[in-house]
Design a protein around this ligand. Structure first.
Ligand SMILES: CC(C)(COP(=O)(O)OP(=O)(O)OC[C@H]1O[C@@H](n2cnc3c(N)ncnc32)[C@H](O)[C@@H]1OP(=O)(O)O)[C@@H](O)C(=O)NCCC(=O)NCCS
Length: 194
């Protein structure tokens, strides 16, 4: 298994891994091209970084992290207003997706008191799970956060995502709180102090 820093040119691969492996949530409801654009925008900022796991030239998993979640949302909205409006109108007919969009727009307000650095997403292809790949990706992330002098970070995981909740505890996350990002579904907030 090879582990590499994700490049912007790999946004499409990351979007594909996300779509295949992360069930539920606003991002998964978007089409692959839109998701690619979002990942490309995230990866264009130095404050965001990620690692990809590759087996025999096939990408099998990734992790993506931001140093500053508040900046991430502000910059995205500022730089991609037209794009946001297109998503809005293309999804206008689905009330469920509309609710998810509203939940995301108000998300920074809900996390005000929390550390700004956050693991944004992690996913491993089904065939390659329970082999320690996520653990290795998390270890690389923690090393990188330390080198960027980040003192603490969080991960927010839907309570229904059993494997991911186990993973966060295994890699040293301490449960700090429970919040409701998506209406009707609680999430656990994990914190790491570096
Ligand atoms: C969560 C996920 C990333 C874990 O990836 P993984 O590569 O299988 O995890 P690892 O093999 O590194 O597991 C590390 C530890 O986490 C725990 N863990 C992982 N999956 C688990 C499961 N299904 N049940 C119980 N514990 C689990 C274990 O303690 C494991 O260590 P062990 O295998 O030595 O017991 C993967 O299941 C996944 O992609 N899920 C779907 C996407 C998702 O929900 N992402 C989170 C939202 S962004």
């Amino acid at each position: 298994m090879k582990y590499k820093v994700i490049k912007i040119s790999e946004a499409k691969i990351i979007a594909g891994l996300h779509k295949q492996n992360i069930v539920g949530g606003f991002l998964s409801s978007l089409d692959i091209k839109t998701l690619e654009k979002i990942y490309s925008s995230i990866l264009s900022e130095k404050q965001n970084f990620g690692f990809i796991a590759i087996k025999d030239n096939t990408p099998v998993g990734f992790i993506l992290t931001t140093e500053n979640c508040n900046n991430l949302y502000k910059k995205f909205i500022r730089n991609h207003i037209g794009f946001g409006v297109r998503i809005f109108f293309s999804k206008l007919l689905s009330p469920t997706t509309m609710k998810k969009i509203v939940d995301h727009v108000f998300y920074p307000g809900k996390r005000k008191e929390l550390p700004k650095a956050e693991i944004l997403s992690i996913a491993i292809n089904k065939k390659y799970r329970r082999l320690g790949i996520a653990k290795k990706l998390a270890t690389l992330t923690i090393k990188e956060l330390k080198s960027r002098k980040i003192k603490n970070f969080i991960a927010i995981v839907g309570q229904k995502l059993t494997a991911s909740n186990y993973l966060m505890r295994t890699i040293g996350g301490e449960k700090l709180a429970e919040i409701e990002i998506h209406r009707g579904g609680k999430s656990n907030v994990y914190i790491w102090k570096l």
